[in-house]
Design a protein around this ligand. Structure first.
Ligand SMILES: [Mg+2]
Length: 122
């Protein structure tokens, strides 16, 4: 069975693009529209192998989500990639300090996204 990815973004268009890219490569994808919804998926559903999250979202932003994910014992070591329009080094540092595994700046290239996901979850 292919690996599973949780894609978190408040933009449906962006979730669709990420899902389309990953599903085309054999991943199964679960989507959530913000950090609160993502935590519900993580706490209530089958375990996912990789999490990809936006930063700027209502309800709960991506940096807070990463911190919360790292507080879940079953997800303390799961790769979390941040996919965002933000490219400030200070934001990236914030993400890294929160426990993010990698940082991808939008717009993303499908090949690059697949490459990075495969790298963090071989
Ligand atoms: Mg957003």
């Amino acid at each position: 069975m292919g690996k599973s990815v949780l894609a978190v973004d408040d933009s449906k268009t962006m979730r669709d693009m990420v899902s389309f890219t990953l599903r085309g490569a054999g991943y199964s994808v679960v989507e959530a529209e913000n950090g609160v919804a993502a935590l519900k998926v993580l706490q209530g559903g089958p375990k996912v192998d990789v999490i990809i999250t936006d930063v700027n979202m209502p309800e709960m932003d991506g940096i807070t989500l990463v911190k919360r994910i790292r507080g879940l014992p079953q997800y303390s070591g799961t790769p979390v990639l941040i996919l965002t329009t933000e490219s400030d080094q200070s934001k990236k540092d914030e993400g890294r300090n929160a426990g993010a595994t990698g940082w991808i700046v939008k717009p993303f290239s499908p090949e690059k996204l697949l490459q990075i996901v495969a790298k963090v979850s071989p």
